[in-house]
Design a protein around this ligand. Structure first.
Ligand code: NAD
Ligand code: IPM
Ligand code: MN
Length: 360
């Protein structure tokens, strides 16, 4: 029996609701394939602020480092929005990403045939989309120094700095080219090189690294154009590689191609312990209502099996089970359309877990 230790941070808002459904699915996989998943509960985010007055206590980092993976529910919410920056839930999340060294955040946006009508775009525009956003996760403007709010001559000044070193760019770009090689061999690098020096360096590194991957057809897009192209003709994209903030924004945009932000998982890799979380947040507007879509969290569990535990077959089975449940017509409200069967968070989790056994 294979044993895997999984640190589970259930998060805030809808976090615990969707994490519970993903654990159901993981348990089903464990029992069918004779794996043992041991869950170690850890506290990150608002829940940790409430308990320890710290969004990421050292004790939790130590626990996570002793595990094989971190399975993460989104953090944050209005309750904590007015705390000083170092006490905010999001700061805990950024710190754990950095502490784990997970520099690559893979955000796949795939359109299920069944959901082409759930997108706000025309079916012919979104059908067949299969994009992988490769977002640099532990550098750029999120972490650059100097930063803060300072006061000079009675005038307040807010400062953040976008910095990337050449090695930081090279490692994410190389990984993106490697991933493109395993897919349709097309890569788009997104930057703002017409204005930003940090983007010019990014572009120079992409051009250099590209020489090692002659089979990959690549291009550069400025981020404003990329945002437009994503809704104009999203099928032109295979792998998109970009920095931290552009990747954050473009992946939320890409999620709407798939019908809902509640559908998009992610894997953060490259460090010692991988971190797996949906791209959406804690959705305070629907927290506690039991209507959140758990698919992004469940697919994040599948990514954990694939990227961290090398359980490719089990990951694929989860993906197929999700597909089958959608084909049967079950929908949470965010992806609901006429003639389909509306279910809540728990029912969707139950259906996917139950369907695992029916996957061929
Ligand atoms: P959000 O992603 O939480 O919500 C945006 C919209 O999408 C809301 O209308 C919400 O109801 C909907 N939505 C999100 N997930 C859904 C799901 N699974 N099913 C159905 N609908 C869903 O973004 P926001 O409102 O800007 O942020 C809320 C909080 O979450 C903030 O505190 C933010 O900092 C935090 N956040 C955390 C993470 C994370 O921990 N990884 C990511 C993004 C935002
Ligand atoms: C995400 C979120 C986070 C980010 C926030 C909450 C810090 O938006 O994971 O996409 O910007 O990385
Ligand atoms: Mn985001």
């Amino acid at each position: 029996m294979d044993k895997f230790r999984i640190a589970v941070a259930e998060g805030d808002g809808i976090g615990p609701e969707v994490v519970a459904e993903a654990i159901k699915v993981l348990d089903e996989i464990a029992s069918r394939f004779n794996h043992e998943f041991v869950y170690e509960k850890v506290y990150i985010g608002g829940i940790a602020v409430d308990k320890f007055d710290d969004p990421l206590p050292d004790s939790e980092v130590e626990k996570i480092l002793s595990c094989d993976a971190l399975f993460f529910g989104a953090v944050g919410g209005p309750k904590w929005d007015n705390l000083p920056r170092q006490k905010r839930p999001e700061t805990g999340m950024l710190k754990i990403r950095k502490a784990l060294g997970d520099f690559a955040n893979l955000r796949p946006a795939k359109v299920f045939d069944e959901l082409v009508d759930a997108s706000t775009l025309k079916p012919e525009v979104v059908q067949g989309i299969d994009i992988l956003v490769v977002r640099e996760l532990i550098g750029g403007i999120y972490f650059g120094q100097p930063k803060g709010i300072v006061e000079e001559d009675g005038i307040k000044k807010g400062i953040n700095t976008m910095v990337y070193t050449e090695p930081e760019i090279e490692r994410i770009v190389r990984l993106a080219f490697e991933l493109a090689m395993q897919r349709r061999k097309k890569l788009t690098s997104v930057d703002k090189a017409n204005v930003l020096d940090v983007s010019q360096l990014w572009r120079d590194v992409v051009d250099r690294v590209a020489k090692d991957y002659p089979e990959v057809e690549y291009n550069h897009l400025l981020v404003d154009n990329a945002a437009m192209q994503l809704v104009r003709n999203p099928k032109q994209f295979d792998v998109i590689v970009t920095g931290n903030i552009f990747g954050d924004i473009l992946s939320d945009e890409a999620s709407m191609l798939t019908g809902s932000i509640g559908m998009l998982p992610s894997a953060s890799i490259g460090g010692n312990v991988g971190m797996f979380e949906p791209i959406h947040g804690s959705a305070p507007d629907i927290a506690g209502l039991g209507i959140a879509n758990p698919i992004a969290q469940i697919e994040s569990a599948a990514m954990m099996l694939k990227y961290d535990f090398k359980l490719d077959k089990e990951a694929e089975i989860i993906e197929k089970a999700v597909d089958m449940v959608l084909k049967m017509g079950y929908r949470t409200p965010d992806i609901m359309s006429e003639g389909k069967r509306k279910v809540n968070t728990q029912q969707m989790g139950d259906l996917i877990a139950k369907t695992i056994g029916d996957v061929e």
